[in-house]
Ligand binder design. Sequence first.
Ligand code: NAP
Length: 356
Amino acid sequence: MSQKKYRIIQWCTGVVGKTALRHFIENPHIELAGVLVTNPDKAGKDAGEIAGLSVKTGVEATDDVEKILALKADGVLFAPIITDVDMICRLLCSGKNVASVAGPFLPNEYFEAEQEKIEAACRDGKTSYLGCGVHPGFSGDILPLTLARLMNRIDRIQITEFIDKDKNPMVYTEMMGFGADPAELLAKPRRAPDTWRHFYQSLDLVAKSLGKQIEKVTSNFEVAKATKDIPYTLGEGRTGGGIVKKGTVGGQHYEWTAYADGRPLISYHFYWTMGENVEPKWDIDSRYQVTIQGDPPLEVRLQSPPDADGKRPFFGLPWTGLLGATALPALCDAQPGLVTHVDLGVMQPHGLARPA
Ligand SMILES: NC(=O)c1ccc[n+]([C@@H]2O[C@H](COP(=O)([O-])OP(=O)(O)OC[C@H]3O[C@@H](n4cnc5c(N)ncnc54)[C@H](OP(=O)(O)O)[C@@H]3O)[C@@H](O)[C@H]2O)c1
């Protein structure tokens, strides 16, 4: 067994970044090299404290980008709130492999300029880049592709993200238009009709792996209305929140469908609902679900066990951090350039099986 240790930097410590940071501190195959924060209150704090652990790591978080760029490290888990392609390129040029949960998700024909920049930076730094996360990055690509091997014939693949936003308060609740006037949100959804382009890498990976070419992608959007006032918060550690008023948007369903050979081949659905008090009533059991119509038909649910209240916590954000963290060793060992899941193959996540 390889005892190689990878020196890793955590870039930003929000919900996703904090999960990855904790993993880097606890995994004996990883050596934490540095932590970049944007929040000046976190600068100077020990990484263990930021990760919510009682251990002292001796690694202090910094908001000085140049200090991080100057560090000797194998890889970076890039998890800012919005992506920054120029910064990704600087990290790649400085000799650090980058796994970004904030995208861009490549290869993707709709992001050619970004792709060329990142490829050039990989050549300069002899480094590799991977866009990763739970979706895009896992539930809508590697998971259905792996499950496809259980099939004799595939008619259609549907991947659905269900999030009960009442049980799982998140910062996205407000920014995605919950509590808005239904007609206004339908006319101007917060996810524009071409948002599927950010997920195209995943759609394309599945289609091409099945030997198919995507001809077009269609987009649909519907809303559900709150049947009573629903108070909400913005999630752990955040102040703010409000009330989704009765009659306003209490649920949203986005659907993107990729066609091949003139027929729908892959659909992504997103059902986000503020609990049960909405009309129409949608399934609020938080999970990812892969349904493959064909021979034999298949359905797989990716979900956490329920809490004592019978409702499921949604682990999409921590899973995103962990999917990036566990891909980094393989990414660091990969050939320089843009890397996809197909290049990385079956990963071997060392350091997970350890005492608690
Ligand atoms: N691919 C997927 O499946 C997937 C799923 C979920 C999320 N994501 C992506 O993962 C990223 C992190 O999500 P999250 O839930 O962890 O978000 P979050 O909790 O809001 O944390 C984002 C962090 O970004 C830093 N930040 C704040 N303002 C910033 C600014 N103006 N510019 C750059 N960075 C700033 C802060 O880091 P510090 O606190 O350290 O200063 C903040 O904690 C997002 O880009 C999100 O879209 C991807």
